[in-house]
Design a protein around this ligand. Structure first.
Ligand code: NAD
Length: 492
């Protein structure tokens, strides 16, 4: 079982999973895990000690030699079994996401489905990790490339997709023969405990998969250790920069997926009704707490009024509440602090002269007075120099900005330091082609509001939204988690 009970409070205290066993942390520092819809404390999470983190590294390191010689088809079978267990526990995994993160149950189901897709793709590892060879690179000499695992890898995960994000990495890393440590977000650690309960049922050899709770201190032990070979980080850009630097100092591989500010361009020839509906999902899905969430809508003047009308009508209709309740379309943001931060941005927008058309600050949600709710918010007349146009808000705030032409829109997008996702809405092939060709964003949408790459494609990102070379998922993942060893052969 992944939880003990705190004698003083009756709230479960989460355990680490190290060397194939659930273990209590000896740390005196426990943080509250709060259900953001109710404000209720649902678990306590330990900030594990350096010794505990080191014992996970040691266990993963010891497990590596045996795991790497386990043949790929056998390693892949663990992931076939994991897929089946995740399907059996699908609803319960989704409910835990809602309870600790606040998104709606349908959004949580989507998250579990996307995680399962990564597991499914990793079952193809025997062929995915095959090398290549070239006969006769010189007379009588052949050359081949073989992909080999490297050792211990780890993930530092964000709060917003607590089940799925570690699955962007772990199945690929472990299926190619590495061993792994997950450090979940201290705000949403339960979903990983629930996943590790399934790993435990699968009887991986001890040390192949490990879970260590904590925050900066645990991350730093993992980053500084000479025995970890690489890190997959997903989180905010300022933290991502620190992680990238620290990983590089100790010579580790790093793939660092950072924050975002996503611009969506609506051309005059767009299908307005479908576009408005896509913009709703993009800006308000998961309460705007997605790295792929739409933030600034660039609109041509001639369609500004009819589009605005539809957006405001639709946004007003969104039912906000506890994501576990029937019919709820948007949940709370993650914490009281996050709510304050988003409200600060709304205040700032007003101060800097944007027109607040729909104000989510005053929302009251029946039966949940202690939840961290913000209603859908819309600003009009936003200009590029405003704070709400430049910084990542990570909440349900849509900013409308007028543009006069395609080139101006591209310039506005490019002036922003982030480059995670960007979309165009149009019925013109010429403009879509021009957009995909020129836009500096890793994930590009053509009439698509949330550009979430499926598991056999890399989850891209550019500029301040990604540091590294090889992204998570897809073929990039296979290359990130393996060394490309080259062998040149001549027989006398
Ligand atoms: P965060 O940066 O606060 O935390 C991410 C992880 O880093 C957590 O596990 C945290 O414990 C750890 N951490 C915090 N400080 C650290 C430090 N100094 N050194 C090492 N590790 C540290 O991010 P968050 O608030 O949990 O997540 C939201 C952010 O994640 C948003 O900016 C969002 O855009 C981004 N995100 C990006 C993607 C993507 O694919 N690009 C996906 C999801 C979320």
């Amino acid at each position: 079982m992944g939880c003990g009970t705190n004698i003083l409070t009756d709230v479960p205290v989460l355990k680490n999973y190290i060397d194939g066993d659930w273990c209590d942390s000896e740390s005196k520092e426990l943080r509250d895990v709060v259900n953001p819809a109710t404000g209720e404390i649902i678990a306590k999470v330990p900030m594990s000690t350096a010794d505990e983190t080191n014992s996970a590294i040691e266990s993963a390191n010891n497990a590596f030699e045996r795991w790497r010689v386990t043949i790929p088809v056998s390693r892949a079978r663990y992931f076939f079994d994991l897929k089946n267990l995740m399907e059996e526990n699908f609803e319960s995994l989704a409910q835990w996401i809602v309870k600790e993160n606040g998104k709606t149950i349908d959004e949580a189901r989507g998250e579990v489905r996307r995680g399962i897709e990564c597991v499914e793709v990793s079952t193809g590892i025997p062929s995915l990790m095959m090398g290549v060879n070239s006969e006769d690179i010189a007379i009588g000499i052949d050359e081949m490339l073989i992909r080999q695992p490297l050792g211990v890898f780890f993930a530092l995960a964000p709060f917003n997709f607590p089940n799925m994000v570690p699955l962007w990495f772990l199945p690929f890393a472990v299926a190619v023969g590495n061993t792994y440590i997950v450090k979940p977000s201290p705000q949403t650690p339960i979903s990983q405990v629930k996943l590790f309960e399934l790993f435990d049922e699968l009887d991986f050899p001890p040390g192949v998969v490990n879970l260590v709770h904590g925050d900066v201190e645990v991350a730093n032990v993992l980053l500084d250790s000479p025995d970890t070979k690489g890190v997959s980080f997903v989180g905010s850009t300022p933290v991502g920069k620190l992680v990238y630097e620290r990983a590089s100092k100790s010579g580790k591989r790093a793939q660092v997926q950072g924050g975002a500010k996503n611009f969506l361009l609506v051309m005059p020839d767009a299908d307005l009704e479908r576009t408005a509906s896509a913009l709703m999902t993009s800006c308000y899905g998961c309460a705007g707490e997605r790295c792929l969430a739409g933030s600034v809508i660039l609109v041509f003047e001639e369609i500004h009024e009819p589009l605005m009308k539809q957006l405001v009508e639709m946004a007003r209709m969104i039912k906000v509440g506890n994501g576990l309740d029937e019919g709820i379309q948007m949940g709370p943001v993650i914490s009281a602090k996050a709510k304050e931060r988003v409200e600060w941005y709304i205040d700032q927008g007003v101060k800097e002269g944007a027109t607040l058309v729909l104000d989510g600050r005053s929302i009251e949600v029946e039966r949940y007075p202690d939840g961290f709710f913000i209603g859908p918010t819309i600003f009009d007349n936003v200009t590029p120099e405003m704070t709400i146009a430049k910084e990542e808000i990570f909440g349900p705030v849509m900013s409308i900005m007028n543009v006069k032409g395609f080139d101006e829109a591209i310039d506005i997008i490019h002036a922003n330091p982030y480059g995670n996702a960007s979309s165009i809405f149009t019925s013109s092939g010429k403009w879509s082609r021009e957009f995909q060709y020129r836009v500096q964003a890793g994930n590009v949408g053509i009439n698509v509001g949330i550009v979430a790459p499926v598991a056999h494609f890399p989850f891209s990102g550019m500029k301040d939204s990604f540091f590294g070379t090889l992204h998570g998922q897809g073929e990039d993942a296979i290359r990130f988690f393996t060394e490309s060893k080259v062998v040149i052969t001549r027989w006398f």
